[in-house]
Design a protein around this ligand. Structure first.
Ligand code: SF4
Length: 94
């Protein structure tokens, strides 16, 4: 289950598979992964603890930005987005 994945200088957060849209261009319709990541389909919606543990595997100094964009609409979990963004900010002003 891929929660975080790098693309160039960005670290992407795959925080949900929930989505209220059905965009015709949605990449979920044609592949299971992006930019060399493993499958972005989640076994379950990740907990904050799982996200924090996964973040420990990455060095934030390697990235210029964190992007909330995975296989779902991140703001379906807006409380978790805000909490995790604050947590990341507490680690590095990125
Ligand atoms: S995951 Fe993103 S691109 Fe795909 S349907 Fe939802 S909002 Fe659209």
């Amino acid at each position: 289950m891929t929660l975080l994945y790098p693309i160039r200088n960005s670290l992407y957060v795959n925080i949900t598979n929930l989505c209220c849209c059905k965009c015709v261009f949605c990449i979920r319709n044609i592949t299971d992964s992006v930019g060399g990541s493993d499958s972005l389909w989640l076994d379950h919606e990740p907990t904050m603890e799982e996200l924090k543990q996964e973040l420990e595997k990455f060095d934030l100094d390697d990235y210029e930005e964190v992007v909330f964009c995975g296989y779902g609409e991140p703001l379906m979990r807006i409380n978790e987005v805000v909490e995790f963004a604050k947590y990341i900010k507490s680690k590095k002003n990125i």
